[in-house]
Design a protein around this ligand. Structure first.
Ligand SMILES: NC(=O)c1ccc[n+]([C@@H]2O[C@H](COP(=O)([O-])OP(=O)(O)OC[C@H]3O[C@@H](n4cnc5c(N)ncnc54)[C@H](OP(=O)(O)O)[C@@H]3O)[C@@H](O)[C@H]2O)c1
Length: 236
């Protein structure tokens, strides 16, 4: 079944890819729960969407509070058909300073696992649902100035691989889509050497399509599958 409309939570909906996903889902008639660390970052979107969107302040760097907040948002929505686990951070760290490394790992690893925990148990309890987790092509190879980012996205992808196998046993009607975007034009993208850059709307369209088709993996845009394959075999 290709569910075209229902309820969705977008974690990290205030900017970039998450904001574009929220706007496209809203336009298609979905009822939404949106999160950001600060409610004011969601104010403009929520004002436009009226009673079709609920907003909640959730900081992934406090994983226990984030889990409680996400569960409360899911309850307020009366159940969630689609979970978009999108929030993440990436910091160019040319000096290998500790704070950016710690921050990236806290948000993208522990924070990501906290989001996943809530989505997985919610879907198992309902016996159905779709979960989308946003990784990155960066999972394929380390980078001298974003070591923690590449490492955290490798975690995200392998973690989701195991979670998908768990779900297959526990709740086979729950799908899990791991998305690896290339360079997307958002505030997070800071590389001067970026190429094949696409806008957040294009990425959002492809991510939603992959989720609705219950794909296991998706490169966004698709041509990044070629780069990912090359990164696996080319010498450094
Ligand atoms: N842009 C790219 O080229 C690219 C490529 C590959 C993968 N990705 C991935 O795509 C996802 C979205 O990134 P983006 O490019 O759209 O970046 P973005 O515009 O900076 O958006 C990041 C979102 O995550 C939220 N967020 C960040 N830290 C958070 C925290 N500690 N707790 C809760 N929410 C937090 C932000 O909300 P607030 O700041 O309002 O709290 C914002 O809504 C990320 O996982 C990123 O790694 C991006």
């Amino acid at each position: 079944m290709n569910q075209s409309c229902g309820t969705a939570i977008v974690v990290g909906a205030s900017s970039g890819i998450g904001k574009a996903i929220a706007e496209q889902l809203a336009a298609a008639g979905w009822k939404l729960g949106l999160t950001s660390r600060k409610l004011e970052n969601l104010a403009e979107t929520c004002a436009r969407l009226g009673d079709r969107a609920l907003a909640k302040a959730i900081d992934l760097d406090d994983p226990d509070a984030a889990r409680a907040g996400l569960r409360a948002l899911a309850d307020e929505l009366g159940g969630v058909d689609l979970w978009v686990l999108n929030a993440g951070t990436g910091i160019l760290n040319r000096d290998f300073a500790w704070e950016p490394e710690r921050q990236t790992i806290a948000t993208n690893v522990m924070g990501f696992a906290a989001m996943t925990d809530v989505a997985v148990h919610h879907c198992i309890a309902r016996g159905e649902g779709r979960i989308v987790g946003i990784s990155s092509v960066a999972k394929k190879r380390g980078h001298p100035f974003t070591a923690s980012y590449s490492g955290s996205k490798a975690f995200v992808s392998l973690y989701l691989d195991g979670v998908r196998q768990y779900l297959r046993r526990k709740a086979p009607r729950v799908s899990l889509t791991e998305v690896a975007p290339g360079y997307i034009d958002t505030p997070l993208q800071q590389f001067d050497e970026a190429f094949w850059v696409v806008d957040a709307d294009t990425a959002a369209r492809q991510i939603i399509a992959a989720a609705l088709a219950r794909r296991k993996h998706a490169y966004v845009p698709r041509r990044w599958a070629l780069i990912a394959a090359l990164l696996s075999i080319l010498p450094r």
